[in-house]
Design a binder for this molecule. Structure first.
Ligand code: G1P
Length: 306
């Protein structure tokens, strides 16, 4: 299975941490986010992975290079594990020359994927699923021989952050997409089924991307291309078993770090007293001023910015 991982976003929501390193290289406990994504692709059956990068993303290539200079060290099992991952799938890189949206990033894979169907996982989303999410989608693909995208129910206040799909349920948890709308206002949302960013696509997507007009930000949206495709042939959306962790901003990144650290027996024991002390402190002095001023910025609606 070929898998394409778009990882070209500018990471503006993590500045200054992402000024000179890709946000996909931010650590999730002990591994960079991109490593989890590649692990998920390989666990799903990928033997060929294309990572779509952009300017300032060379660290991603370095990360998956074999560590030849450390090859003889048997005291670095984590490195050996990473090398093993890089050997299990051929990992390629291509650059999106201008940040022009998710569909434009996918389009960079056109010659690489050729006439084959392929999986897509976003470089800033970790899925913890059993079986792995792309494997679940691929099983659906083999049944319907049509594009399949992962969806989950999203709360009203999140509708504006997602591609939303609607259509008849053809079997429990599988919908034939009739409408796909990228980040609609709540009032225009056809449902609450949000696209989570994992897809199995077929080569017809490229022609649909060619026919898709850029949005108001000048970006070509994959959701819009899929809407065009869905007019000509079936496109399916499927719910899945497991949990998706979007790492798209500093709060989500921090929260996921906490969850993953809590799930590690060693870290949980050491974190517990720290968290208890923090919680007790906040209960004892509820009106104490915050140590830092909030630097929350509105969520950018553009993938290129992410
Ligand atoms: C992209 C897609 C959107 C999808 C989302 C999931 O948007 O365009 O349809 O719902 O990923 O994270 P982004 O979050 O990159 O702006």
């Amino acid at each position: 299975m070929k898998v394409v991982i778009p990882a070209a976003g500018l990471g503006t929501r993590f500045l200054p941490a992402t000024k000179s390193q890709p946000k996909e290289m931010l650590p999730m406990v002990d591994r960079p986010i991109i490593q989890y994504v590649v692990e998920e692709a390989v666990a799903s059956g990928a033997d060929d992975i294309l990572i779509v990068t952009g300017r300032g993303k060379r660290a991603l290539e370095d990360h998956f290079d074999l560590s030849l200079e450390l090859a003889d060290r048997d005291d670095l099992p984590e490195l050996r594990e990473l090398d093993e991952l890089s050997r299990r799938a051929r990992i390629h890189f291509v650059r999106q020359r201008e940040p022009r949206g998710l569909a434009n990033a996918i389009e960079c894979a056109r010659f690489h994927t050729g006439k084959e169907p392929f999986g897509v996982l976003l470089g800033d989303t970790i899925n913890v699923c059993d079986p792995p999410l792309l494997r679940q989608l691929w099983d659906r693909y083999e049944r319907y021989h049509a594009p399949v995208l992962a969806v989950e129910s999203v709360p009203d206040e999140k509708v504006r952050d997602y591609g939303i799909v609607d259509g008849p349920e053809v079997e429990p948890g599988v919908y034939r997409c009739e409408r796909l709308v990228e980040k609609p206002p709540l009032a225009d949302a056809p449902s609450r089924l949000g696209i989570t960013g994992a897809y199995v696509l077929t080569p017809e997507i490229y022609d649909a991307i060619d026919r898709t007009r850029p949005d108001a930000h000048g970006e070509v949206q994959l959701t819009d291309a899929l809407q065009l495709l869905a007019r000509d042939r079936p496109v399916y959306a499927a719910t899945f078993r497991g949990t998706r962790y979007d790492i798209g901003d500093r709060y989500l990144w921090l929260r996921t770090n906490l969850v993953f650290a809590w799930n590690s027996a060693e870290l949980r024991d050491r974190l517990r007293p720290v968290l208890e002390t923090l919680l007790e402190g906040s209960r004892a002095t509820p009106s104490e001023p915050r140590p830092h001023r909030s630097r929350r910025r509105p969520k950018s609606r553009s993938r290129a910015e992410r």
